[in-house]
Design a binder for this molecule. Structure first.
Ligand SMILES: *Cc1c(COP(=O)(O)O)cnc(C)c1O
Length: 384
């Protein structure tokens, strides 16, 4: 195949054509500052961002006033950990999270440890799943925040957020979830989940990079990361990124319209890929929960085949050997390690992240390439 086969949609997604069309006027004609509404130029920009706010809110069943625009999920995650920590430090200094979170949560938590907070990094089971009973065991009177991601970016496992939020709320503790991988792919309903804070990112759901949102339930106390003009009801100062926000809003509108159909189509392609691989290649293991998993995720270990080498042999196919954020170092993925997968097997793992652009033909082609190259690499391996 001449075309690039993109199967790394957990790292990022292309901007949807409808998102691009919606953003275009915001760079030139509709260039106003939404905070300068004494004239028409500002008013138009204000209307555009408020329309986007409405769309983001609708995607997650929140109120528009509860949506704060940010620069992405990294900022939203930092806002949750540092903002809640700062705002609630009189009530306690304990934060609960888990070992398979995105670095944005893990590093923000490490920073809080330097500030005198205690952080519990809960273990996960072999599927990368957190047990709500473990949250209950470690929660104390000093706990101020529980933050557990909704869906894992490497193995796609969907965490029991509703149950964990129940445990947190029984103790009057704030609950945050990072839904960057979940939003637009599976149902995300803040009321059903019972969360107080939720992070999203534009570029993980066919919107632009550098924009995201944070759901902040009404009356939740949170110290802002940025101080300035008091934008976003004083929760996040800084002139709004109008093109980005409009793009995020349109991406949410597209997701509301297309998600169930799209996810079903992608799930079928993912299952076809899995069946094609496992019926033709031996000693392949699935990482992540067999059912409670994102419809677009397939993380596999090919025993005795070094993942980086396999990726290099898949010419024209973009996949990842673990978390994109750490793949420049040769350390095995901390997510796979936390699941109890030994280093040597973790190094034999590949993550396929399917998305809108993938087709049946591409799946057949990739299966063929894998069959050929896994056999070749195994023949060369001294271990197999
Ligand atoms: C990508 C991602 C982030 C970071 O989002 P950015 O918008 O790129 O800052 C955070 N958490 C998860 C789970 C992600 O997948």
């Amino acid at each position: 195949m001449d075309e690039l086969i993109y199967m790394d949609h957990h790292a990022t997604t292309p901007v949807h054509p409808e998102v691009f069309e919606a953003m275009k006027p915001c760079l030139m004609e509709n260039f106003g500052n939404p905070a300068s509404t004494t004239h028409m130029v500002g008013k138009l920009a204000y209307e555009a961002t408020e329309n986007a706010r409405e769309m983001v809110a609708r995607l997650i069943n929140a109120q528009p006033e509860e949506i704060v625009f940010t620069s992405g999920a990294t900022e939203s995650d930092n806002m949750a950990v540092k903002g809640a920590g700062e705002a609630l430090q009189k009530s306690g200094n304990h934060i609960i999270t888990c070992r398979v979170e995105h670095k944005a949560i893990l590093e923000a938590c490490k920073f809080m440890e330097k500030k005198g907070f205690n952080v519990t990094y809960l273990p996960v089971d072999k599927y990368a799943m957190v047990d709500p009973a473990d949250v209950e065991k470690v929660i104390t009177d000093k706990t101020i925040l529980v933050t557990i991601m909704m869906a894992n970016s490497e193995v796609g496992t969907i965490e029991p957020i509703k149950e964990i939020a129940g445990v947190a709320h029984n103790k009057g503790v704030l609950m945050h979830t990072d839904a960057a991988q979940a939003a637009g792919k599976i149902k995300v309903d803040v009321h059903d989940l019972g969360v107080d804070l939720l992070s999203l990112s534009g570029h993980k759901m066919y919107g632009p990079k550098g924009v995201g949102a944070m759901y902040v339930k009404k009356k939740t106390k949170l110290t802002p990361l940025f101080h300035g003009g008091g934008h976003e009801k004083k929760r996040r100062s800084g002139t709004l990124n109008v093109p980005g926000i409009v793009g995020l809003g349109e991406a949410c509108a597209v997701a509301i319209r297309d998600m169930s159909q799209d996810s079903e189509r992608v799930r079928k392609l993912r299952d076809k890929l899995y069946e094609g691989i496992t019926s033709r290649i031996e000693r392949v293991y699935l990482n992540g929960h067999p059912e409670k998993r994102l419809p677009n995720n397939l993380n596999l270990t090919f025993e005795f085949v070094e993942g980086e080498g396999l990726i290099l042999s898949l010419k024209g196919v973009a996949v990842s050997s673990g978390s994109a954020c750490t793949s420049d170092s040769l350390e095995s993925s901390y997510v796979l390690r936390a699941m109890g997968i030994p280093d040597w097997l973790a190094h034999c793992s590949i993550r396929f992240g399917l998305g809108k652009s993938n087709t049946e033909e591409q799946i057949d082609y990739v299966i063929g390439l894998l069959v050929k190259n896994v056999a070749r690499l195994r023949a060369m391996s001294p271990l197999s």
